[in-house]
Design a protein around this ligand. Structure first.
Ligand code: IDP
Length: 148
């Protein structure tokens, strides 16, 4: 079963959207494997966004993600990486469809509420970066047989 790394960014936490976002993924049928409210060190922020190191907005990005608590999560389910990306909507909330998280709650690309891994490779890398093995909980849900 596939796993992905999702994070409510500091703007989403400040705006009280943790519950709403968790609820969307729960109702969809995905399974929560790990979650924590935390502040992000500069070191972790730079490692997480390493692929954007050369971009002009890199400093802004690192400054933003370290500016307040984030809610980091691992979710599991069939095709969860791509389905979560669809549920998040396009990177720029101006292009994100209504009904998606960014489409419903975001306005600017810098503060777009949520992060989600964009491929199996980045999901694997990000899960390792953000969570220790022993904090990832594998368990059965009886409801699963009504979802799959
Ligand atoms: P993604 O979060 O949808 O995967 P990426 O292209 O990986 O999008 O960019 C990472 C994050 O960098 C975005 O979520 C957004 O917050 C921020 N970002 C992307 N482009 C810009 C920009 O032009 N200005 C400021 N921030 C940006």
């Amino acid at each position: 079963m596939e796993r992905t790394f999702l994070m409510v960014k500091p703007d989403g936490v400040q705006r009280g959207l943790i519950g709403e976002i968790v609820s969307r993924f729960e109702k969809k049928g995905f399974k929560l494997i790990a979650a924590k409210l935390m502040t992000v060190s500069r070191e972790l922020a730079e490692a997480h966004y390493a692929e954007h190191r050369e971009k002009p907005f890199f400093e802004e990005l690192v400054g933003f993600i370290t500016s307040g608590p984030v809610f980091a999560m691992i979710w599991e389910g069939e095709n969860v990486i791509s389905v979560a990306r669809q549920m998040m909507g396009k990177t720029n909330p101006a292009d994100a469809a209504p009904g998606t998280i960014r489409g419903d709650y975001g306005i600017s690309v810098g503060m777009n509420i949520i992060h989600g891994s964009d491929s199996p490779e980045s999901a694997e890398r990000e899960i390792k970066l953000w969570f220790r093995e022993q904090d990832q909980i594998s368990y059965e849900k009886t409801i699963d047989r009504w979802i799959y």
